[in-house]
Design a protein around this ligand. Structure first.
Ligand code: S3P
Length: 437
């Protein structure tokens, strides 16, 4: 039986909320702590299915990990050369970040390994990481471009100077992880800004990383040092509440505390402000080499805009919920240059288009985005939406219910647990009416 949300319209949202730890940072923290020397402590760890897949994989590679509380993790690092051969294929579940980053880490080890995942992950492109890793000397085989990924161990890697064809932080990070073990420096140049958590964290663990604009240079490492780090709240999870606040906050607004605001992640703020969204960012500080702040979101009369293509990589995971904001704006919003959405956990352009159609939002599907005719103050209709097993599609339509005149039923929502465990309770605590059955 697939899980379903019933999301009913309510009077609005208000009060304050925090969101669970950042997914990208939690994956990276486990991996780097596992190959560091000594005991690392990770606070604010995201105890989601995706990050637990990484945790189990690190254990299968011989790393002792204790988790005294769901979001507190102690990792006894085995050192750069201390990982051991797993006895079976490593199952990455739904996690694209885990499978791409592990491909980079494991192709530098002395043993063979195989990476697999769930039905969605088994369809996702892997040659984008396999190709550059092969050019470093690695033995990485995909099955017609998709998982299983079979990795032959015992290869000597050499550094490369690589230009990413797409702005992908996962590909960049996989190359950098392999580069830790390579002979000579590794350089990766991205065509546009994409998230830089790996660079920040590698430096924090003591690796030699230099960043010059879109270019990152990493020296092979002799040793990484264990760290204590506190993972910031995930901006991508906060995004659902940012849009909820903009379309339905009460007079006091909605306060979202302790959110990671790394500029390579916050393109949604730029876009929503351009649409007329009132979002205050206060209480800036630093945590785990990452900027963190509190966000106060006020109900705003949004207007449609044409989103510049170079803002898209900075908001790539937030586009599903941006489409909901656009549906509630006055006038037309156009997003193009987002063809990467076709190869995420689902084809997010097709899944969002079908869902928007089901709740009466006029729009046109483009090969690389959507053109949405916002309803302005008019309510959305309710309806039945299929999330296609995609966590971000499911949560986006839960937010849309705030402006609907009838309930929205959302099918196939179990995968919300891959990124946002406890979403329903937190959503209810600020005034959404979402129930899961
Ligand atoms: C991620 C990078 C992005 C993003 C994904 C997480 C990461 O993917 O969409 O959710 O943690 O590096 P791409 O590298 O495919 O752009």
């Amino acid at each position: 039986m697939t899980r379903v949300y019933e999301a009913r319209p309510t009077a609005g949202v208000g009060g304050e909320i925090t969101v669970p730890g950042d997914k990208s940072i939690s994956h990276r923290a486990l991996m780097l702590a596992g190959i560091a020397a000594g005991r690392s402590e990770i606070g604010g760890f995201l105890a989601s299915e995706d990050c637990l897949a990484t945790l189990r994989a690190m254990r299968s590679l011989g790393v002792a990990i204790e988790r005294p509380e769901p979001d507190r993790v102690f990792v006894d690092g085995v050192g750069l050369r201390g990982l051991g051969a797993p006895i079976a294929a490593l199952d990455m579940g739904n996690a694209g970040t885990a499978i791409r980053l592990f491909t980079g880490l494991l192709c530098a080890q002395s043993f063979d390994s195989t990476l697999i995942g769930d039905a969605s992950l088994m369809k996702r492109p892997m040659e984008r990481v396999a190709q550059p890793l092969r050019s470093m000397g690695a033995d990485v085989r995909t099955s017609d471009g998709t998982p299983p990924v079979r990795i032959g161990g015992g290869r000597r890697l050499h550094g490369i100077d690589y230009r990413l064809p797409v702005a992908s932080a996962q590909v960049k990070s996989a190359i950098l992880l392999a580069g830790l073990y390579a002979e000579g420096a590794t350089t990766v140049t991205s065509p546009a800004v994409c998230r830089d958590h790996s660079e920040r964290m590698l430096r924090g663990f003591g690796a030699g990383v230099e960043v010059d604009g879109l270019r990152v240079r990493l020296e092979p490492a002799a040793r990484l040092e264990a760290q204590r780090l506190q993972v910031p709240g995930d901006f991508s999870s906060a995004a659902f509440f940012i849009v909820a606040g903009l379309i339905a906050a009460d007079a006091g607004g909605l306060l979202i505390r302790d959110v990671g605001v790394n500029p390579s992640r916050t393109g949604l703020l730029t876009i929503l402000r351009e649409m007329g969204g009132k979002i205050e960012v206060t209480n800036w500080r630093e945590q785990a080499s990452e900027p963190v702040a509190d966000l106060r979101v006020h109900r705003s009369a949004l207007r449609g805009i044409e989103v510049p293509k170079d803002w898209v990589p900075l908001a790539i995971d937030e586009l599903p919920v941006l489409f909901v904001a656009a549906a509630c704006a006055r006038g037309e919003t156009v997003v193009t240059g987002a063809e990467e959405l076709r190869v995420k956990e689902s084809d997010r352009i097709a899944a969002m288009s079908a869902g928007l159609r089901a709740i009466g939002v006029a729009h046109t599907m483009l090969p690389d985005g959507l053109r949405i005719e916002g309803a302005g103050d008019a309510p959305l209709v309710g309806g039945v939406v299929d999330s296609h097993g995609d966590h971000r599609v499911a949560m986006s339509f839960a937010v849309a219910s705030l402006r609907a005149r009838a309930p929205i039923a959302i099918r196939d929502v179990a995968n919300v647990a891959t990124s946002f465990p406890g979403f329903v309770d937190r959503a209810r605590s600020v005034g959404l009416d979402v129930r899961e059955s």
